[in-house]
Design a binder for this molecule. Structure first.
Ligand code: SF4
Ligand code: SF4
Length: 93
């Protein structure tokens, strides 16, 4: 069985993430964690650690003060709460 059409259920846009950690704290299933990777602005970014554990409750989307998170349905190319722009690469520390 192919997963070629599947997309990550949680997408974090490093252009907007300022590394506050609220999404990591609020996620009830430890899907997210803080990364050692830095954004262009020098913030540690949150990243998706266990995507398979996400239940799409949207708590992370609601709590993020910078609208940096989208939650999408698998096999769906359109984010449920779009920020219009695709995520970018982040710099390694
Ligand atoms: S809540 Fe938003 S700004 Fe804060 S770490 Fe998570 S994605 Fe980044
Ligand atoms: S949608 Fe819910 S389960 Fe999925 S990462 Fe966000 S807070 Fe965690």
């Amino acid at each position: 069985m192919s997963d070629a059409n599947c997309v990550p259920s949680v997408i974090i846009d490093p252009r907007y993430c300022k590394g506050c950690g609220l999404c990591v704290a609020v996620c009830p299933y430890s899907v997210l964690e803080m990364s050692s990777k830095l954004t262009e602005k020098g913030y540690n970014i949150a990243e998706v650690h266990q995507p398979e554990a996400c239940v799409r409750c949207h708590k992370c989307v609601l709590i993020c003060p910078d609208l940096a998170i989208d939650v999408v349905d698998k096999n769906d190319s359109q984010p449920s709460d779009s920020t219009d722009q695709a995520p970018q690469e982040v710099a390694e520390e």
